[in-house]
Design a protein around this ligand. Structure first.
Ligand code: DHB
Length: 397
């Protein structure tokens, strides 16, 4: 199309969620220019509820790279979680087991910190773009075409392109089928997520196994709480009144210790999809994938955001090297390093999911077997330690 305004940059980033913004931030610190675009508005991203747990190294990355120390001031350090089953809490103490913690600090806050840091440092981030098209990933001139909110058409020309546009984005399917393998796993259930105006019922996260299915008690602030319960894959939020939600949640956490959730008005209800996905390799020609564009995990264990930040960290280093040495072969290094963590996280998320959720076809045997597994985890130091290591995050490589 005639009249497209050309933009020239080193790295073009499709998707300005946490993966894209963190990458753009780290590249800027290394002196590498980038432009990131996103079809969503900044406000849309900021108001979509996402998970809330940061691994130890995700917190370090935010603080050490100068994004923000707000996580340390406003986030909540958690030194363990509770595995609740047969109506009793069993604490996994991360500090005692491995000297590590996680931080409750919602993804929306991470996004805000990153977007503010990019704005502060003069980063070129364009929200609310339309008609995105990706071209030329198989040659040395990758391009992205888009129009902005005022219908002005642009062509972004770059050395390398990063697809960080999430699981429903364009970029991963630009890789020709002959050059990619997509690994999928569906689950026959989903999570019903709520935000409720109520005081916290626990200081840390409670992952609850029950005959009625899984429940997760998380927190947000002193007056707003986040909770989830396992529901059918096609559950309709309109079938769930506040009363029905509270009685289901209370039933799933009830026990002889008398634990009762503090209730209040429910201000948001959403059904979260549940699946595992990986696309390999994470590179094709001059394009690499990062975050949910390359991999999706089921939400149990909150690995999604942490994987996205870990991808951005490795990718920034590898892209900087590729540009400095004018050598694109180092991008294969990214695929190898990122995928090792991705598959560990896939296993961990799958393991937590299958240990704690009720499969629709499960028998009494399966329910007893899950309890056996939970008892093994809490009574074995090796079992608890594995959970603590995986939950707080594997060290950066
Ligand atoms: C939250 C979400 C998760 O998937 C999880 O495992 C822990 C916490 C949350 O939204 O707070």
């Amino acid at each position: 199309m005639a009249g497209r305004i050309p933009i020239r940059t080193r790295i073009g980033i499709v998707g300005a969620g946490p993966a894209g913004l963190m990458l753009s931030h780290l590249l800027a610190s290394a002196g590498v220019e980038s432009v990131a675009i996103d079809t969503r508005s900044r406000q849309q991203i900021e108001t979509t509820q996402r998970a809330g747990i940061l691994e130890r190294d995700s917190v370090r990355l935010l603080v050490d790279s100068g994004v923000s120390d707000r996580v340390l001031r406003e986030g909540h350090e958690h030194t363990g979680i509770s595995l609740r089953f047969s109506g009793i809490d069993h604490r996994i103490d991360f500090q005692e087991l491995i000297g590590a913690s996680t931080w409750l600090y919602p993804q929306t806050e991470v996004f805000t910190d990153l977007a503010d840091a990019r704005a502060r440092d003069g980063g070129d981030i364009r929200f609310g773009v339309r008609h995105t098209e990706i071209l030329g990933i198989d040659d040395a001139r990758p391009r992205v075409r888009f129009t902005d909110a005022d219908d002005i058409a642009y062509e972004l020309r770059c050395d390398y392109l990063v697809g960080a546009d999430g699981s429903r984005g364009l970029s991963r399917n630009q890789v020709p089928p002959a050059h990619r393998h997509q690994y999928f796993r569906e689950y026959p259930f989903a999570w019903f997520g709520i935000l409720a105006q109520a005081p916290p019922s626990a200081n840390e996260l409670v992952y609850a196994h029950s005959d009625r299915g899984f429940a997760l008690i998380s927190q947000r602030t002193e007056s707003v709480q986040r909770m989830y319960f396992q529901c059918a894959a096609q559950e309709d939020v309109d079938d769930w009144s506040d009363d029905r939600i509270w009685s289901e949640l209370q039933a799933r956490v009830a026990g002889e210790d008398g634990f009762v959730l503090k209730q209040g008005p429910i201000i948001e209800k959403t059904v979260l999809p549940f699946r595992s996905f990986v696309q390999e390799p994470m590179r094709c020609g001059t394009m690499v994938l990062a975050g949910d564009a390359a991999h999706t995990v089921p939400p149990t264990g909150a690995k999604g955001l942490n994987l996205a930040l870990a991808d951005a960290r490795v990718l920034a280093e590898v892209l900087e090297r590729a540009i400095r040495n004018n050598d694109s072969s180092v991008l294969d290094d990214y695929t190898t390093r990122a995928l090792e963590r991705v598959w560990k996280a896939q296993h961990f998320s799958y393991w937590m999911t299958t240990m704690l959720h009720r499969h629709p076809d499960s028998s009494d045997f399966d329910a007893r077997r899950q309890l056996g597994e939970l008892h093994s985890v809490i009574s074995s130091e090796a079992g608890s330690r594995y959970l603590a290591e995986a939950y707080t995050g594997w060290p950066s490589t």
